[in-house]
Design a protein around this ligand. Structure first.
Ligand SMILES: [Zn+2]
Ligand SMILES: [Zn+2]
Length: 364
C-alpha cells in the first residue's frame, strides 16, 4: 500500500533543519505484513532526542531510514495467528524482545541480542524490510517502528496493547519517554520512602522520570537543568525543588541522568548520596568520556548503572504505567509541549536541538 512518511536522506545536515530539510516527507510503498507482523495505522508519534541523534550523526544508523520510534496506533491487519484483534490500540516499543535469547532472560537488564542486531541493521526483528520507494529501492526501519508515517508494519514483539481509554497521545509517550525515564526510576532506581530522587536533564525522558518519582509516596523529587524554562515547567509539574547544575548543593539517594552529555553524568555522579545509585539513560556521542573518582564510588558505597529502555520488560511495565496514569498519578499528557503535522518535522527537529521542546507530538 502507499503511505506517507518522513525519510532521513542525509546525516549531519546543517542547521537550521527547516532550511536543509534532512527529512523528506514522501510517498512510500509499505509491503504486506509477514508472519507474526502487524499493519498498524499510526495515530500519534513523538519527537525524541534519539531521532535527532540519528539526524545529527551522534547515533550512527544506515540510511535512507524512515525515522520515529515513539508511537501508537491501531492494528489494521495481523498476519499469522495473532493475539491482537484488528482495531486494538498498541504502543510501539523501540527494542523488540525475541523472548528466546540469553539477554531476554535477564528481566530487562540486558537489551535483546537479535532485537539489537535488527535495530542496528534497520530491519524488523525477522530481518525483513517492508518499506520501499515507489521505484522499489528499499528504505530502512528505525528501531523496528518507523513511526513518522501514516502506517507501519511492525513485529508483534515490538508492540504492547493498551485499552481504548488510553488516548493515542498518552499511548505514544508510554513507548519511549515513559518507558525509558519512568522505567529507570521503577526498575533501576527503586526509591524507598523518605529518599530523594534527583533528575538531571528535563527533556521528555527526564520529565517522565520526574513524574514517575512523584507517583511514589513520601519521595522528595528535585529537578536539575541549565534552562530556567525547563525548571519552571518542572516546578509546575510538581517538583519539590529545582536547581541549575552549578547551584545544586544537595545529594540524593537516586539520581537519573537524562541528558546524554558527559558533563551531565559527572553532575549526576556528584549529586549521588553515599549508598546511592546514579542511573544514566542519556545517549552521548560514542567518543564522549567522563572523569570519575573510583575511590569515591568505593568509599561511599555508590553504584553507577546504565539503563537502556528503562531496564524494562515492556509487556510487564507498560501496564504498570497505564495503571498509574488511570489513577491520576502519572499525568503523561503534561509532557506534550506542541503538536505538529508530519510536514513540520524538520522544524520540530530544530526545536528539539535548541532545547526548546519537551515532547512535540505529530498527530495523524
Ligand atoms: Zn526515544
Ligand atoms: Zn531476545
Amino acid at each position: 500500500m502507499l503511505i506517507r512518511g518522513a525519510v532521513l536522506e542525509r546525516i549531519g545536515a546543517s542547521r537550521p533543519y527547516a532550511a536543509s530539510q534532512p527529512l523528506a516527507v514522501t510517498e512510500l510503498d509499505l509491503a504486506e505484513p509477514g508472519d507474526g507482523e502487524l499493519l498498524v495505522r499510526i495515530e500519534a508519534a513523538g519527537l525524541c532526542h534519539s531521532d535527532l541523534s540519528v539526524v545529527d550523526g551522534n547515533r550512527v544508523r544506515p540510511i535512507p531510514m524512515l525515522l520515529g520510534h515513539e508511537a501508537a496506533g491501531v492494528v489494521e491487519k495481523a498476519c499469522g495467528s495473532s493475539d491482537l484483534a484488528v482495531g486494538r490500540r498498541v504502543v510501539m516499543t523501540f527494542l523488540p524482545r525475541c523472548g528466546q535469547c540469553s539477554a531476554c532472560a535477564t528481566d530487562g537488564l540486558a537489551p535483546c541480542i537479535p532485537g539489537s542486531a535488527a535495530n542496528g541493521a534497520g530491519t524488523l526483528l525477522s530481518g525483513a524490510v517492508r518499506l520501499a520507494r515507489p521505484d522499489a529501492r528499499p528504505v530502512l526501519h528505525h528501531l523496528g517502528v518507523s513511526g513518522f508515517a501514516t502506517h507501519a508494519v511492525v513485529d508483534r514483539r515490538s508492540v504492547v496493547p493498551v485499552d481504548d481509554d488510553v488516548p493515542a497521545v498518552v499511548a505514544s509517550l508510554l513507548g519511549c519517554a515513559v518507558l525509558t525515564g519512568g522505567g529507570a526510576v521503577l526498575n533501576a532506581g527503586r526509591p524507598q520512602p523518605g529518599q530523594t530522587v534527583a533528575v538531571v536533564g528535563m527533556g521528555g525522558v527526564g520529565m517522565a522520570a520526574m513524574l514517575t518519582a512523584l507517583a511514589h509516596d513520601d519521595v522528595r523529587v528535585v529537578a536539575v537543568d541549565r534552562l530556567p524554562d525547563k525548571l519552571a515547567l518542572a516546578r509546575e509539574l510538581g517538583a519539590h525543588a529545582v536547581a541549575t547544575p552549578d547551584a545544586a548543593d544537595f545529594r540524593a539517594e537516586v539520581v537519573i541522568e537524562a541528558v546524554g552529555h558527559a558533563a551531565a553524568l559527572e553532575t549526576a555522579i556528584c549529586l549521588t548520596a553515599p549508598g546511592g545509585r546514579t542511573i544514566t539513560v542519556g545517549l552521548p556521542a560514542p567518543d564522549a568520556r567522563i572523569s570519575l573518582s573510583p575511590l569515591s564510588l568505593v568509599a561511599e558505597g555508590r553504584t553507577l548503572i546504565g539503563s537502556y529502555l528503562g531496564s524494562a520488560v515492556p509487556a510487564r511495565d507498560i501496564p504498570r504505567f497505564v495503571a498509574l496514569w488511570r489513577a491520576g498519578r502519572l499525568p503523561v499528557e503534561k509532557l506534550v509541549s506542541a503538536t505538529l503535522t508530519l510536514e513540520e518535522i524538520n522544524t520540530g527537529m530544530d526545536a528539539l536541538a535548541d532545547g526548546r521542546a519537551v515532547r512535540q507530538i505529530i498527530e495523524f
